[in-house]
Design a protein around this ligand. Structure first.
Ligand code: DON
Length: 567
């Protein structure tokens, strides 16, 4: 074991330096090396946006200037991302949003659904990657319906107004980012012919960062959506183009599936933590259930009394996450499956879980067997919040980067591979290493269990934070720890988001820690307490927060591309 001072490390940037100084004062500590990327947070006093693309933030700002409310901004940001960031926010994806317009927090579920011709054994005789690449991986897209229904209920500006800038970016073009190029390159082999046609310059040639991409086909699809709203996407020539693309690449999506798609309005789950009320995403996400359990265990175990990023704190965080993720495999779409929330979130179960935690030793637990308790990874997040706490916290995904790799031929709409979030082959891990339960089997019209966790935080009756992340199951641990750093460690939002994190999802029984960001000393000590530790990647958190001074902070994770801005 080395002493901290013997370690060579580069100086952390900006305010992270203060954190580094703070933590080297502890006998054995974690440390923060320099980051590869810088995030530039922003503050304002009227309305702020945190999103994965600078174009989206600029478009959002124009909508604020036009007098739009947070929902108008969220819709315009979503449409812009469909143009600039198709790998995780194309119209062929789906997601969730928590919305606060002042009266009560509402949840809109625009997750993809399983096509009518699927069944629990749909993947049994298909190729091993059929739920990941190609037409059989595609669920009925929900993003367009989500944007439309949100606007219908709460929008202030005219629907058509929100399309002007996104359509201009598709028509006149925008300059692709380095991340955009990387993702197109990475997907080249998985793309169908239309994917290569729309997202490569020509056969065998990729765009370079900074080059202009125009999407004339997408302009037409957006125009149809603008004119005819949901029927412009779910019926007619756009739907036909999508169904055709899925069919010709081995899937079973029909025009009827498209026409039948409906969003759901749900009630949020809520948790209390250190005097705050936290609004969480209910099933079909596992996020809220796992986070509610985790906040309860964090409070019971008084984890906030440990020094930030100390080995004690990291150890306890891992033990809390392990126990909270334990119940995930019992969950599924509530319209199809009885979720055992009464059991998982009961004081009795949570006390039992808390009692099993030891400060000196990691403990393994057996999986929950569903019978004993019931009868019978590409995504993005953005957040918008105004000075009154009105907010939209929205996570949208195609699941993998560019989803299934299937792109519609005429309009260049990238389609999701959300079907991989179902239990496609019982007992076998999915793309994110998750072992899924029997409440999450494939059934027509059903939504796959998700980890997406758009979240809102309220203090003394006032909404003070809108936050969330992409990252598969790491969404849950990432969002949780960012909130924890603000509420428990009292850090500003940017520092809270950039701070090193860990992840434990029960199975595998491994603590995944941010690569190169927690000292070898600390990792060694975690191993000594009995954890299997692996350096890995983390979620990419984005959020907006009203701080103690009443200023609105918008921040995004330097772990990936993003932008923050507003007024
Ligand atoms: O809904 C889910 O949990 C996944 N489809 C999310 C995938 C994701 O976050 C990808 N990002 N890395």
């Amino acid at each position: 074991m080395h002493h901290n001072s013997s370690l060579k490390f580069r100086i952390a940037p900006g305010k992270l330096l203060t954190t580094a100084v703070l933590i080297v004062t502890m006998s054995i500590s974690t440390f923060l090396p320099a980051q590869r990327a810088f995030a530039i947070p922003a503050e304002g006093s009227k309305m702020m946006i945190s999103a994965p693309s600078p174009y989206a933030v600029e478009v959002g700002k124009k909508i604020i200037e036009q007098g739009g409310n947070v929902v108008d901004v969220a819709v315009a940001v979503g449409l812009t991302l469909a143009v600039t960031s198709p790998y995780f926010a194309a119209l062929g994806g789906g997601g969730f949003a928590l919305i606060n317009m002042g009266d009560e927090v509402e949840v809109i579920d625009f997750r993809e659904t399983a096509p009518g011709k699927t069944s629990p054994s749909y993947y049994k005789d298909k190729a091993k990657d059929a739920s990941i690449t190609g037409g059989a991986a595609v669920g009925v897209p929900g993003f367009p319906a989500g944007l439309y229904e949100m606007h219908k209920k709460h929008g202030k500006l005219r629907w058509s107004k929100l399309f002007a800038e996104p359509m201009r970016l598709a028509d006149k073009g925008f300059n692709v980012s380095g991340a955009w190029v990387k993702r197109a390159k990475r997907t080249e082999k998985r793309f169908n012919d239309a994917g290569r046609k729309h997202f490569m310059k020509k056969v065998g040639v990729h765009y370079k960062p900074g080059e202009k991409l125009t999407q004339k086909g997408l302009v037409k699809a957006l125009k149809e959506f603008k004119r005819k709203n949901v029927s412009g996407f779910y019926e007619g020539f756009v739907a036909k183009d999508i169904v055709q693309a899925v069919k010709s690449s081995g899937g079973d999506l029909t025009l009827e599936d498209m026409k039948n798609y409906k969003v759901r309005w749900l009630k949020p789950l809520t948790a209390n933590y250190l005097g705050h009320k936290i609004y969480l995403m209910p099933p079909p996400s596992s996020g809220g259930v796992v986070m509610k359990s985790a906040f309860s265990l964090l409070e019971k175990l008084k984890v906030h009394e440990k020094a930030p990023l100390s080995v004690d704190e990291l150890h306890l965080m891992a033990e809390v996450l392990k126990r909270s993720f334990r119940g995930r495999a019992t969950l599924g779409d509530p319209d199809f499956h009885k979720n055992p929330l009464d059991y998982l979130l009961s004081e009795e179960y949570l006390n039992e879980m808390a009692k099993g935690v030891s400060l000196s030793k990691a403990k393994s637990l057996k999986p929950i067997t569903l019978k004993t308790i019931v009868d019978s990874n590409e995504t993005t997040h953005y957040a918008v919040m105004d000075k009154n706490g009105k907010a939209v916290s929205l996570t949208v995904t195609l699941n993998g980067s560019y989803g299934s790799g299937v792109v519609s031929n005429r309009f260049g709409i990238a389609l999701n591979n959300e079907m991989d979030d179902f239990t496609t082959r019982p007992g076998q891990p999915n793309m994110y290493g998750l072992i899924q339960g029997m409440g999450n089997t494939v059934e027509p019209g059903k939504r796959p269990l998700s980890s997406m966790s758009p979240t809102l935080v309220e203090k003394e009756g006032k909404m003070v934070m809108a936050i969330g992340a992409p990252g598969g199951p790491r969404i849950i641990s990432g969002t949780l720890q960012a909130i924890y750093r603000v509420l428990a460690s009292d850090w500003d939002l940017d520092s809270a988001i950039q701070a090193p994190r860990l992840h434990h999802q029960f199975l595998p029984d491994t603590v995944f820690v941010d690569r190169n960001r927690i000292s070898p000393d600390a990792l060694e000590l975690l191993r000594k307490r009995g954890h299997k530790v692996e350096e890995s990647w983390g979620a990419r958190v984005k959020g907006v927060r009203i701080n103690e001074e009443g200023h609105i902070e918008a921040a995004f994770d330097a772990r990936s591309e993003g932008a923050a801005g507003g007024y």
